[in-house]
Design a protein around this ligand. Structure first.
Ligand code: FAD
Length: 364
């Protein structure tokens, strides 16, 4: 059985990994480079139970366990480690000294105080996203096909392959895992819309003395509120995100870039709560789009009415976390006919209206 996965982000590469473990011949078609988009530019923060109370909770718990399992099973270092996670409040306009600050890391500035422990090493962890996504691709042994998927080959209601830059590539099953670009597949398959929400991030050359993942509620001098997230990484860098962008999703992932003033604003925000970090050398200024659906939940499953066609996308802020359990469930669905480790019925694509392809608004 041959399967083609469209998109080399964390969802595509995790699906490739679990399919190859089932003996399936897998090819990943990627337009711009494995992990070039949000799967290489996200925080890489993982949490056991932060999706509790939502249908995503079982997927998240299974994935949190699989991340630990993969770290042991595969001999590639992608920066996996358990972390303590703190909630921080910061403001140059208020006295925050009455907040609990017993464990405030020394690298936080005087405007910042810890207000709570959000996670312990039992419940929160991290990966370096591009390394993890690349490692899943390597460990899968899947073939990489470089090119843009620009069509699905349909034969009598079955998907029998894809067009890559206009050239046919045949398969028994096709998986759409192009993150926010999965919206392009609405031209070829009856699928719900997937949209891109843009965020900026910075990578600083900085190793804090006591590495902690931070979720910051920041009030700036003008009273504007933002919520930066900080992930110190084992490779001597610290990642900060938390500033959105307005530009619409370009059709070509290579055209995603930062917006004027974005990196500078994020760096200034960082300096308000962690001055030493904010003054450190910036080694990457970047932006990416997280894939979101109409109801905020992923779409994972078979495409209704088109045998051999599948979709896995729309993971929003939890794609790095939920990649492994999504990949595992997709492999079960394709090979066994149903997912058994996690109930994916809440994520069935048919719960949402099919997008009229004429409504596409992506721009090059
Ligand atoms: C700022 C930010 C921080 C985040 N932090 C976290 C976090 O801490 N923890 C967490 O769990 N999640 C986080 N996320 C969310 C996570 O990054 C995403 O949910 C996840 O990366 C989505 O993965 P994906 O594989 O679905 O999509 P993508 O990573 O977007 O991959 C899709 C791939 O498809 C390719 N492609 C596009 N068009 C075509 C085509 N026509 N043909 C072939 N290939 C194509 C693209 O080049 C791309 O490589 C964050 C997101 C953002 C934006």
């Amino acid at each position: 059985m041959k399967t083609i996965i469209c998109g080399g982000g964390v969802i595509g590469t995790c699906t490739a990994y679990y399919l190859s473990r089932r003996g399936i011949d897998v090819s990943v078609v990627e337009r711009t480079g494995i992990a070039n988009a949000s799967s290489g530019k996200s925080g890489g923060f993982l949490a056991l139970d932060w999706c509790r109370g939502t249908p995503v909770d079982p997927l998240a718990r299974r994935s949190f366990a699989l991340h630990a399992e993969l770290d042991t099973a595969i001999d590639i270092d992608w920066g996996y480690r358990r972390v303590e996670t703190l909630g921080v409040a910061a403001s140059p306009r208020r006295d925050l000294s009455r907040l609990w600050s017993a464990t405030a890391p020394g690298w936080l500035g005087e405007n910042a105080a810890v207000h709570g422990q959000l996670g312990t090493p039992e419940t929160t962890a991290q990966v370096t996203p591009d390394l993890f996504t690349q490692a899943m691709m390597t460990a899968s042994g899947a073939a990489l096909v470089e090119g843009a998927v620009d069509g699905i080959i349909l034969d009598g209601g079955c998907a029998t392959g894809v067009l890559v830059d206009g050239n046919p590539l045949e398969a028994d099953a096709v998986v759409i895992a192009m993150g926010p670009w999965s919206i392009l597949a609405c031209q070829w398959l009856p699928l719900p819309g997937v949209y891109g929400l843009k965020g900026h991030s910075l990578v600083f050359r900085y190793t804090p003395e006591t590495p902690r993942a931070l979720f910051v509620e920041l009030e700036d001098h003008a009273g504007e509120i933002s919520t930066p997230e900080v992930m110190p990484r084992p490779d001597g860098t610290t990642y900060v995100c938390g500033l959105s962008g307005e530009a619409p999703l370009p059709v070509d992932p290579a055209h995603v870039g930062t917006e004027e003033g974005g990196p500078e604003k994020l760096q200034a925000m960082t300096s308000l709560f962690a001055p030493e970090l904010g003054a450190a050398e910036v080694i990457a200024s970047q932006a990416c789009y997280r894939p979101v659906t109409q109801d905020g939940m992923p779409v994972i499953g078979a495409v209704t009415g088109v045998e051999g066609a599948y979709v896995a996308t729309g993971h929003s802020v939890w794609g790095m976390l939920n990649g492994p359990a999504t990949g595992e469930a997709m492999a079960e669905l394709i090979v066994d006919g149903a997912a058994s480790t996690v109930d994916i019925s809440p994520f069935a694509p048919e719960r949402l209206p099919v997008l009229d392809a004429g409504a596409l608004s992506v721009q090059n």
